[in-house]
Design a protein around this ligand. Structure first.
Ligand SMILES: N[C@H](CCC[C@H](N)C(=O)O)C(=O)O
Length: 266
């Protein structure tokens, strides 16, 4: 039997497994089975906390479709709560410094990557106003914050069909690694409303890396001029970034319950 914790960041929920002692052979199929909300435990992402010789812990991230990915902002904020102290975390996106704060955590998410081949895109183009469109969505911005994001700044998000456009864009050949699709609307001074169709997980209640990428895009587009409040369906995140620096994300982290499971059954 193996122990796990059910946790979430603003409703973006996780099954977190401590793999520091007993290594767990995680496959795409096993991750998908555990994440399944009907036949499994159920989560947006499966998180494995392991040992690291470069940091306090390592973190592996699997979307609910089983795909292993580089970054997950909301889960990163859960790690200090999971291990009980501030931690340096080794991920596929690099080393992340996560510090507990009242009710959550503040994380240095590193510097964004802005070049077309770092997103990655299939061919060279301006990532600040991509010369592409899907139906009547405006020209988007592309940003990599450890994982790939495309951000559409909409005048009115209420008319956008997220469930139709999300998967269409996520799997467009322009994005060789697929992409997280962010629909954003500036709703006040340094305040943006955000809905994210996540790569490999679909619509979620929140996306931490989506909030980071959207804030970077908004600074680059001069739509905000300081620390930015991102309002997602599950609640708010505070994102701070200035060109040349790293992104700081601050927001809640919640531990719901602990459980046990026989991983061989998945
Ligand atoms: N779907 C994302 C991973 C999870 C990101 C999101 N849950 C977050 O909090 O950053 C991807 O495939 O890159």
């Amino acid at each position: 039997m193996g122990r796990f914790s059910k946790m979430h960041g603003l409703g973006n929920d996780f099954v977190v497994i401590d793999a520091r002692e007993a290594t767990l052979d995680m496959t795409q199929a096993r991750a998908q089975a555990i994440a399944d909300r009907h036949a499994g435990i159920g989560c947006d992402q499966l998180i494995l906390i392991g040992q690291s010789d470069r940091a306090d812990v390592s973190m592996r991230i699997f979307n609910s479709d089983g795909s292993e990915v580089e970054a997950c902002g909301n889960a990163t904020r859960c790690v200090p709560l999971f291990v009980g102290r501030d931690v340096l975390i080794e991920t596929k996106a690099g080393l992340l410094d996560a510090k507990g704060v009242e009710g959550g955590a503040s994380v240095d998410m590193g510097q964004p990557r802005l070049e077309w081949d770092a997103i990655p895109l299939a061919y060279a183009m301006d990532t600040l106003a991509m010369p592409v469109s899907w139906e009547d969505l405006p020209a988007p911005v592309a940003v990599n914050v450890g994982n790939p994001h495309v951000i559409f700044f909409c005048d009115d998000m209420n008319g956008v069909n997220f469930e139709r456009l999300g998967p269409m864009i996520e799997t467009d050949p322009l994005f060789p690694a697929r992409v997280n699709v962010n629909f954003a609307q500036v709703v006040g001074e340094n305040h943006i409303r955000l809905i994210v169709w996540e790569r490999g997980a679909g619509l979620t209640r929140a996306c931490g890396t989506g909030a980071c990428a959207t804030a970077v895009a908004a600074v680059r587009r001069k739509l905000v001029s300081g620390p930015t409040r991102i309002t997602l369906p599950g609640g708010d995140l505070l994102i701070e970034w200035a060109p040349g620096g790293s992104i700081r994300m601050t927001g809640p982290a919640t531990h719901v319950f602990d459980g046990e499971a026989d991983w061989a059954r998945f």
